[in-house]
Design a protein around this ligand. Structure first.
Ligand SMILES: [Zn+2]
Ligand SMILES: [Zn+2]
Length: 530
């Protein structure tokens, strides 16, 4: 492990080797099926081979470990088609180069050793690895080596003492590492007014605190001034990153139906709607359940599910699939309970779509660049839009509204949507209203940025093909069907932690994150071209 580096440090082995166990358990086909047509296949005629993907419109399934030289990566989303992404080679060559920091590092320090503990709850080697990572982080902000070592030892001890098991230790240790990274000067910054998220200037991210001290700084005065890339110049740069028609298709973006007005087609949709429309498969727990013609559950049945992803962790003597929410083994009864089962259903009702249209531009204006993110809640029909946020290239929110779904809500999905009953209580904005606003705001040539934006466009029922998708721009090292999570991309590339608390995500936070990532990427690439 290159310890003498100011770049994000990789996490130790056990967390870098996660694999989505569903693949191993059930084969890709099954996994893909769950993801692609959750709630849409013939559930009653099918014996689920594994619980489906955890719930949520854009939940990321754990797929693998980290990118070769980057930080924590418990994320990846199975999609449908495996493909070689055209961006893959570009991306790997433009990752922030590791700088050689001319400052104290572990190699020149007398490294404290965790004493061997016979039969300890956490293997010493794991503790040692985290201790080393903690020290490395502490060195970045402590004033002396001794202080860094003491702080790291203390943090490691607290993590160990707090954790009754190895699984919990790993979680606590990762959080400690994130906390320490947040303490490092490169991540200390003001709060963003629009999103409440810490926003770090790109120069600080790229240069870091050590930039001032080292001759290898990326933000030397002689560096090209790509920070000024804005407006039409940014637009023309971004055109190089647009999804191709093939990429739009393999990522499940909606296209206009060739005959049916308002209809859409998805090229990754696998199965037709089941003949027995009263039978559904819960997209959270995999249980089959019956609904009435109104979409209501026929029987009162609670839904026990795991909200966390399944991942493969190395344990003594082999591998074990565990849910990240509770560290329970794959297939175990869910650790969360909801009132009822739910379905996605977005790919079953491909009607009511609108398409962005061509518009004349005046003067030297460009067609616009926006990032977009949606939140969805479960209704009697499935996942429906309940919030949408659009941000501009300055990461200012230009449109943010709660949306009242057409059908009755059965589960606000608050953990993932952040949307609560109170949020929607006074909302009368409908999906049609939102579509009208977006069609006036965007043209067919407007560049829309998002993470797995197809998911948002399906919820919005908007067809748009001028897209930069961060899940494609920063591909998973295993390629599709895996995708990296937005959260992990932010941690890796911008060293920002998107909070993943029980209050749920925020569409303004996620949209802002996508905009930050894309602009960061464009500027990085612009630098390396010169
Ligand atoms: Zn769980
Ligand atoms: Zn369920």
């Amino acid at each position: 492990m290159p310890l003498r580096s100011a770049s994000p440090t990789p996490l130790p082995g056990p967390l870098c080797v996660e694999m989505h166990m569903l693949l191993a358990l059930s084969g890709r086909g099954c996994l893909v099926l769950h993801h692609a047509v959750t709630g849409g296949r013939s559930p009653c005629a099918h014996t689920p081979c594994a619980p489906p993907a955890p719930t949520g419109p854009k939940r990321t399934l754990s797929a693998s470990g980290s990118q070769p030289s980057n930080g924590p990566e418990p994320g990846g989303q199975p999609l449908k088609t495996r493909t070689l992404s055209g961006m893959a080679s570009k991306t790997t060559t433009t990752i922030t180069p590791k700088r050689i920091a001319h400052s104290p590092s572990l190699q020149s320090l007398k490294k404290p050793i965790i004493p061997k503990e016979f039969g300890g709850k956490v293997p010493t080697v794991i503790r040692q690895r985290y201790l080393n990572l903690f020290i490395e982080e502490c060195l970045k902000f402590c004033t002396s080596n001794q202080e860094a070592i003491e702080k790291a030892l203390n943090e490691e001890k607290v993590a160990y003492d707090r954790s009754p098991s190895k699984g919990i230790y790993l979680n606590v240790a990762v959080n400690t590492l994130k906390k320490l990274r947040g303490l490092a000067p490169s991540a200390v910054s003001s709060l963003s007014k629009t999103s409440g998220r810490r926003v770090v200037s790109h120069e600080v991210v790229l240069g870091g605190r050590l930039a001032a001290k080292t001759s290898f700084s990326l933000s030397r005065p002689s560096s090209p001034r790509v920070e000024d890339l804005k407006g039409a110049a940014l637009y023309s740069r971004l055109k190089e990153y647009l999804l191709t028609q093939d990429q739009l298709k393999e990522n499940g973006y909606p296209f206009p139906h060739p005959e049916r007005p308002g209809g859409a087609v998805i090229f990754t949709a696998e199965e037709k709607r089941p003949k027995d429309s009263s039978c559904r498969t819960c997209c959270r727990c995999g249980t089959e359940y019956l609904v009435s013609s109104s979409g209501r559950c026929v029987r009162d049945e609670e839904c026990y599910y795991h909200w966390g992803r399944l991942r493969r962790s190395r344990v003594a003597g082999g591998w074990e699939a565990q849910y990240m929410c509770c560290s329970a083994a794959a297939g175990s009864v869910g650790c969360q309970v909801a009132k009822q089962h739910v379905q996605d259903g977005r790919k079953e009702r491909l009607e009511g779509f609108v398409k962005t249209f061509e518009k004349e531009l005046s003067g030297d204006a460009h067609p616009g660049i926006y990032a977009l993110d949606c939140e969805m809640s479960y209704t009697t029909y499935g996942l429906e839009l309940t919030r949408v946020t659009v941000v501009d290239t300055d990461v200012h929110v230009v449109y943010d509204t709660f949306v009242k779904p057409d059908n009755a809500i059965v589960d606000y999905n608050t953990r993932f949507s952040g949307v609560t009953e109170a949020d929607l209580a006074d909302t009368s904005v409908t999906l049609r209203d939102v579509q009208a606003v977006l069609l006036s705001m965007f043209s067919a040539d407007t560049i829309l940025i998002g993470h797995s934006l197809e998911s948002d466009l399906l919820a919005l029922k908007v067809i748009h093909s001028t897209v930069v998708d961060t899940s494609v721009l920063f591909p998973h090292r295993l390629g599709l069907p895996y995708k990296r999570s937005l959260r992990n991309l932010m941690a890796d590339y911008l060293r920002q932690i998107i909070q993943d608390n029980v209050d749920g995500h925020s569409s303004s936070e996620d949209a802002g994150a996508c905009m930050h990532l894309v602009i960061w990427k464009v500027r990085e690439d612009a630098k390396s071209k010169r």
